[in-house]
Design a protein around this ligand. Structure first.
Ligand SMILES: Nc1nc2c(c(=O)[nH]1)N[C@H]1C(S)=C(S)[C@@H](COP(=O)(O)OP(=O)(O)OC[C@H]3O[C@@H](n4cnc5c(=O)[nH]c(N)nc54)[C@H](O)[C@@H]3O)O[C@H]1N2
Ligand SMILES: Nc1nc2c(c(=O)[nH]1)N[C@H]1C(S)=C(S)[C@@H](COP(=O)(O)OP(=O)(O)OC[C@H]3O[C@@H](n4cnc5c(=O)[nH]c(N)nc54)[C@H](O)[C@@H]3O)O[C@H]1N2
Ligand SMILES: [Mo]
Length: 736
C-alpha cells in the first residue's frame, strides 16, 4: 500500500455497490478531489474491495455523469435534452404527480425503484415510496427480481426468510455443494471466497453444480457437475431417490422436525405416479450421468456436516420455487439444518446478520401506501399474504411492460399515466427490454421521471431527468451481509455539479406536494439515531471515522439453531410448526402448477420445448464480475479488462463455424444482438451465457450492439413468482 502524501487526506469508507458486499475503501482526497482509491488494509478479516470498488473514482468522475436537471426536447429515446433549473424540474415533477393523481387517481402513477446503492437511507426505494404514499398513493409491481422463487420456498417451507448462517461457518463443513453459485464473481458477502478457501485448505470437499465452469469452481472446487439450466429439481429428486432407496436419509431428523415427508417419498419412489425418480430417469433431463447423481447423493448423505448452498440463479427460472423447495428438502433429509457446518439451503443471497435498526428506522414513520405496495404477492397467493408483512400488489415485476402497454384493457387495475423510476436500471435490467421500450414510447404514458446518475439507455426516454449524487457524495451506513461487519459510508467529496441525493430530491418534492414533516430529522440525526439503537456500536464518531466496524463473535451464527436445539419452545412459524416438506399453505392455494411437495414439473423454453428446433441453445444471463447489474458498465478500466461477450461451448461454436472473438448474432423472437463470441469449454454444450447488465444500444435496425441480455429474456414468471432470467431459448450464428 502506498503511503499518504502530506497534502492528501485519507478517508475510510465502505463501498455501496449493488453486489451485496460493502468492502473497505481507503479514499485519497486532494483539494476536494479523489485522487485514488485503495482498500482495507486493517485488522483481519480484511474487507478487501474488488475491481468495482477500486474503480469508483472513474465512475464518480465519468464524463457522462448527469450534473444538472434535464428536460427532454427530442423524441423519447432520442437522447436530446435541455438543461433546466432544479426549480423548474421539481415544479414540473410535482405538478405532474398532482395532475395525474387528480385526473386519473393515484393508482395511475406507476413507481419502480430498486436499491441503486446498498445502504440504508439513500438507497433508492424507501424515500420515493414514502413520498408517493404520502402524496396519495401509487401502484408498484410486486416480486423480488432476484429470489422470488427462494422467497416463496422459504415462506412456505420454513414460514420465514429471516435466518442465514454466517459465512464463517463454512470452516465447520466437511462438504460444500455450491449449487448454481459463483461467489468469486457475485461477491454477495465480503470475504465469502476467503472463507471458502480456508474451508478447502482445512480439508473440506467442494463440489459445483453449474452449467458453467465458474471462477469459483476454478478456484476452490474439487468437482464440477455441469447441468442443463432449469433441470435442477430433477437431479435433486433423483438424489432423494438414491438416499431413500439405500436408507441413507436421516429419518430421525425428518420425523422430529418436518411435516409431510411421506408424501414427498411417494412422489420420489413412484408410488404416486408410477414413475420412480431414479438417476436413470434424471439423466436425459439434466444431462448429468446417472452414476454422478448416485455418487453425489451418497456423498452428501454420508458426509456430515455438509452445506448445500442453493444459489439463486437456478431459482430465477420457470420452476424456481421447485428448485428451492427441493434443495431445502435435501438438507432436511441429510439432517444438515440448524447445525454447525450444515446449511438450511435457503437462497444464497445474504440476509443481514446483525441487528441494525434497519431501513425503517432510516425513514421514520414509513407510511402505508393507500393503493398497492411494493414487493407483495397478489390476491391469488392469499396463503402467502397472510405471512407477508406488506400489502398486496397486482402487477408482477415481469408484467410491467405489459401493464404499461395494456392497462385496464389487459386486466390490470389501472391505466398507467405516470412512470416514476428511481435507482433502477430501467428498462435495461427488465425482462424483454424491447417490450419496455415500446411501452415507454407509447403516447398513453403521459410522463416519465427518473432519478439517474448517467445518461443510461433508459434515461434517454425520460421527460425529466433528476441528477443523483453517488455514495461518495453523502453519508450512509450498511449491513446486509452474512459476515460480521457494519459499514459506514462517508461523504468523501461534495456532490458533483448540481446532483442531489434522492433523499434531498424527495424533501424538495414533498414541500411542493404540500406534505408537512416529510423528514423531521437531518441525514446526520437519522444516522446517529440508527447507531444509538444498535447495541454493537458504542460510538458513532469512531464508527464513522473507521468506517468498518468488525466484530469477532465467539461462534459463527447458525440458521435455525434454536428451532433444532429446542423445537418445543422454538417452533417454525409454519402451520404445523415444523419444516413443511408438504406445505399446507401451498396445498391451500390449490394450484396444480405448484404442488404441495417439491417436484420436477418440466419447463418451457428449454431443450424439451418444440421451440428448441428453431432456437436450440438455452440462455443463462449471469451476474458479471465487472458490473453491479448495469452499474459500472461505463467505467473505462473495467470495459477494457472485461469485454461483454456471449460464452458458448467449443462444440456449439464449431458446428456454427464460429471462432473465439468472432462477431456473432444472438437472437430469438424477442430480440437480436450482435456481440463477440467467447468460445470455451467453460460452459456445457447447448448452453450460452450473455452476462446481464451491459447497456442496451440498438442500431438503426433495432439490433442491439451493446450486449443487453434482456433483449432475449422472456417477460414471464414462474407460478411461485420467480423472474425467469435463466429460462430462454436462442440461436447463435456468425454475423458476417
Ligand atoms: N459482481 C457482481 N456481483 C453481484 C451482482 C452483480 O451484478 N455483479 N448482483 C448481486 C445481486 S442483486 C444478486 S441477486 C446476486 C445474484 O447472484 P446469483 O444469482 O447467484 O448470480 P448468477 O451469476 O446469476 O447465477 C449464479 C450461478 O448460477 C448458474 N446458473 C444459472 N442457471 C442455472 C441453473 O438452471 N442451474 C444451475 N445449477 N446453475 C445455474 C450460473 O451459471 C451462475 O454461475 O449477485 C449479487 N452480486
Ligand atoms: N437478464 C437478467 N436480468 C436481470 C438479472 C439477471 O440475472 N438476468 N438480475 C436481476 C436482479 S437479481 C436484479 S437485483 C436487478 C437489478 O436491477 P437494478 O437494481 O435496477 O439495476 P442497477 O443496474 O443497479 O440500476 C440502478 C440504476 O440506478 C441509478 N441510480 C440513480 N440514483 C442512484 C443512486 O443514488 N445511487 C446509485 N448507485 N445508483 C443510482 C444508477 O445509475 C443505475 O442506472 O436486475 C435484474 N435483471
Ligand atoms: Mo438481485
Amino acid at each position: 500500500m502506498s503511503s499518504k502524501r502530506t497534502d492528501e487526506q485519507v478517508i475510510m469508507t465502505t463501498c455501496a455497490s449493488h453486489c451485496g458486499g460493502f468492502c473497505g475503501l481507503k479514499v485519497y482526497v486532494k483539494d476536494g478531489v479523489i485522487t485514488r482509491i485503495e482498500t482495507d488494509d486493517g485488522e483481519e478479516p480484511q474487507a478487501r474491495a474488488c475491481l468495482k470498488g477500486r474503480s469508483c473514482r472513474q465512475r464518480a468522475y465519468h464524463p457522462d455523469r448527469l450534473l444538472y436537471p434535464l428536460k427532454r426536447v427530442g423524441e423519447r429515446g432520442e437522447g436530446k435534452f435541455q438543461r433546466i433549473s432544479w426549480d423548474e424540474a421539481l415544479d414540473t415533477v410535482a405538478g405532474e404527480i398532482k395532475r395525474v393523481r387528480d385526473t386519473y387517481g393515484p393508482q395511475a402513477i406507476l413507481l419502480k425503484t430498486s436499491v441503486g446503492d446498498m445502504n440504508f437511507i439513500h438507497t433508492g426505494a424507501m424515500v420515493v415510496e414514502k413520498l408517493l404514499a404520502m402524496a396519495g398513493g401509487y401502484s408498484s409491481p410486486w416480486a423480488y427480481f432476484s429470489y422470488e422463487g427462494g422467497t416463496f420456498a422459504e415462506l412456505t417451507t420454513y414460514g420465514t426468510m429471516s435466518s442465514q448462517s454466517s459465512r464463517e461457518d463454512f470452516l465447520n463443513s466437511r462438504l460444500i455443494i455450491m449449487w448454481g453459485w459463483d461467489p468469486a464473481v457475485t461477491i454477495q458477502d465480503t470475504n465469502t471466497m476467503w472463507y471458502l478457501a480456508q474451508a478447502r485448505e482445512a480439508g473440506c470437499k467442494i463440489i459445483s453444480i453449474d452449467p458453467r465452469f465458474t471462477d469459483t469452481t476454478a478456484t476452490v472446487a474439487h468437482q464440477w457437475v455441469p447441468i442443463r439450466p432449469g433441470t435442477d429439481p430433477a437431479m435433486m429428486v433423483a438424489m432423494a431417490y438414491v438416499m431413500l432407496r439405500d436408507g441413507l436419509q436421516d429419518q430421525a431428523f425428518l420425523d422430529k422436525y418436518t411435516y409431510g415427508f411421506d408424501k414427498f417419498r411417494d412422489y420420489v419412489m413412484g408410488a404416486e405416479d408410477g414413475v420412480p425418480k431414479t438417476p436413470a430417469w434424471a439423466e436425459p433431463i439434466t444431462g448429468v450421468p446417472a452414476s454422478v447423481i448416485e455418487g453425489l447423493a451418497r456423498e452428501y448423505a454420508t458426509t456430515k456436516p455438509a452445506a448445500l448452498i442453493a444459489g439463486i440463479g437456478p431459482g430465477r427460472s420457470a420452476r424456481g420455487e421447485q428448485y428451492h423447495r427441493a434443495a431445502i428438502t435435501l438438507s432436511a433429509m441429510t439432517g444438515n439444518i440448524g447445525i454447525h457446518g450444515g446449511s438450511a439451503a435457503q437462497r444464497s443471497w445474504p440476509a443481514g446478520l446483525v441487528p441494525f435498526p434497519f431501513m425503517m428506522m432510516g425513514i421514520p414513520d414509513i407510511v402505508v401506501n393507500p393503493h398497492e405496495s411494493n414487493a407483495a404477492p397478489p390476491e391469488d397467493m392469499l396463503p402467502l399474504r397472510r405471512i407477508w408483512p406488506w400489502g398486496a400488489g397486482s402487477i408482477h415485476v415481469a408484467q410491467m411492460a405489459d401493464a404499461l402497454l395494456k392497462g385496464k384493457a389487459g386486466g390490470y387495475p389501472a391505466d398507467y399515466k405516470l412512470l416514476y423510476i428511481a435507482s433502477t436500471g430501467y428498462p435495461n435490467q427488465y425482462l424483454n427490454v424491447n417490450k419496455h421500450v415500446q411501452a415507454m414510447k407509447s403516447k398513453s404514458l403521459e410522463f416519465i421521471v427518473m432519478h439517474e446518475q448517467f445518461m443510461t439507455p433508459g434515461a434517454k426516454f425520460a421527460d425529466i431527468l433528476l441528477p443523483c449524487s453517488t455514495f461518495l457524495e453523502r453519508n450512509d451506513m450498511a449491513q446486509w451481509s452474512a459476515t460480521w461487519f457494519y459499514g459506514y459510508q462517508n461523504k468523501v467529496i461534495e456532490p458533483l455539479g448540481e446532483s442531489k441525493s434522492s433523499w434531498d430530491i424527495c424533501k424538495e418534492l414533498a414541500r411542493r406536494l404540500d406534505i408537512p414533516h416529510f423528514f423531521d430529522k437531518t441525514e446526520d440525526e437519522t444516522l446517529r439515531d440508527m447507531v444509538k439503537g444498535c447495541p454493537d456500536i458504542k460510538d458513532y464518531d469512531t464508527f464513522k471515522k473507521q468506517a468498518l466496524h468488525k466484530m469477532h463473535p465467539a461462534e459463527p451464527h447458525v440458521a435455525f439453531s434454536d428451532e433444532i436445539r429446542d423445537p418445543d419452545n422454538n417452533p417454525f412459524p409454519t402451520p404445523s410448526g415444523k419444516i413443511e416438506i408438504y406445505s399446507q399453505l401451498i396445498a391451500e392455494m390449490n394450484n396444480p402448477e405448484i404442488p404441495p411437495v417439491p417436484k420436477y414439473l418440466g419447463n418451457w423454453e428449454d431443450f424439451s420445448d418444440p421451440l428448441s428446433r428453431k432456437y436450440p441453445l438455452q440462455l443463462v444471463t449471469t451476474h458479471f464480475k465487472g458490473r453491479a447489474h448495469s452499474q459500472f458498465h461505463n467505467v473505462p478500466w473495467i470495459k477494457e479488462l472485461l469485454p461483454q461477450t456471449v460464452l458458448l461451448n467449443s462444440s456449439d461454436a464449431k458446428a456454427r463455424g464460429i471462432k473465439d472473438g468472432d462477431l456473432v448474432r444472438v437472437f430469438n423472437d424477442r430480440g437480436r444482438m450482435v456481440i463477440p463470441a467467447r468460445v470455451s469449454q467453460r460452459i456445457m454444450p447447448g448452453v450460452v451465457d450473455v452476462p446481464q447488465g451491459a447497456w442496451y444500444d440498438p442500431d438503426e435496425k433495432g439490433v442491439d450492439r451493446g450486449g443487453c441480455a434482456n433483449i432475449l429474456t422472456n417477460d414471464a414468471y414462474s407460478p411461485g413468482g420467480a423472474c425467469c432470467t435463466n429460462t430462454a431459448l436462442v440461436q447463435v450464428e456468425q454475423a458476417h
